[in-house]
Design a protein around this ligand. Structure first.
Ligand code: ZN
Length: 303
């Protein structure tokens, strides 16, 4: 039993429409689901990803309008790394992002800041050109972002996480931990914190979810308990099932199943266009449709 890389990463934004314009429009990810935070249905939960929102490509945001900017740091995931097919793709993105986002080019990667300070790192990965992507009408397929290949997080005592990470099947590889294999593998880089207090808020990451096979999920709950972490019971998120706990560095982990996926309540061609609500919150629809700021299809200007 092992984890299969990243399932999704969830962050916080204060401005859903602008967030969609950036991740859907500028970065060309597909908005695959527009729903609400199941635990706080007054807030949007927006999902971006490849054409199907496949595990490993799902980047999601809770929207809290007017939320103050947070500060990334200790006990948080601070950066998401995505694969792109080549160094030439980095050149393309660097040019494409002029006037749209702050960037910093390094020989081996390109760091990109969104308007709230969240960092995406684009990294060329040999052999990823044949992997699925979002098929955005305005982003050439040979440069499009492919998968989340790792996250960086900060810890006061990175070594305190070692036992739990080992119990979860992560393997130490130089300065990072790795889980999964082949296409579905990812790195967890636990860096020493800079000592400044982190604050949750817009532009910071809420949690990282690692991918579990459906049939392994109960086993992971038992494994987490045996490792001594306080895990929630299995929670039904409609599109997947989840277990949550904080690893010893304080970073919120989720273990999420591949199935059933985002196509259970929408046709593949129509993913992300309508507001979808879980059954328990469907009665709130008139109120939510009045309150939530409409989010236009971010690809509409390019179709
Ligand atoms: Zn999650």
């Amino acid at each position: 039993m092992h984890l299969h890389g990243i399932h999704h990463v969830t962050a916080i934004t204060a401005d859903g429409p602008r967030n969609a314009e950036f991740y859907g429009g500028v970065l060309g990810l597909r908005l695959v689901k527009k729903t609400v935070n199941f635990d706080d249905p007054g807030a949007y939960h927006l999902y971006y990803g490849d054409a199907n929102g496949s595990p490993g490509t799902a980047l999601t945001f809770f929207e809290y309008p007017g939320a103050r900017l947070g500060r990334a740091g200790e006990s948080m995931v601070t950066r998401i790394d995505w694969s792109v097919p080549s160094t030439a793709a980095l050149d393309w993105w660097e040019r494409h992002l002029v006037g749209k986002a702050a960037t910093e080019r390094h020989p081996d990667y390109l760091d990109v800041w969104d308007h709230e300070g969240l960092v995406t790192r684009l990294v060329p990965v040999d052999g990823c050109e044949n992997q699925a992507h979002a098929n955005a009408p305005h982003i050439p397929g040979d440069v499009a972002m492919r998968r989340m290949i790792g996250v960086a997080a900060q810890s006061r005592e990175p070594e305190h996480s070692a036992l739990v990470l080992e119990s979860l099947g992560f393997q130490r590889d130089g300065g990072e931990w790795r889980t999964g294999d082949g296409v579905r593998s990812a790195a967890y880089r636990l860096e020493s914190s800079d000592g400044e207090v982190a604050t949750s808020g817009a532009g910071t990451i809420h949690h990282v979810a690692w991918a579990s096979l459906d049939e392994d999920h109960q086993g992971w709950l038992e494994r987490a308990a045996a490792a001594g972490v306080q895990a929630t019971p299995i929670v039904d998120r409609d599109y997947f099932r989840s277990i949550y706990f904080r690893e010893p560095s304080g970073v919120l982990f989720e273990l999420a199943t591949d199935g059933p996926g985002f196509a259970i309540d929408e046709e593949p061609d129509a993913l992300g266009l309508a507001l979808r609500l879980p059954r328990q919150h469907e009665h709130l629809r008139p109120l939510l449709e009045e309150r939530l700021t409409p989010i236009p299809d971010p690809w509409a200007p390019y179709r």
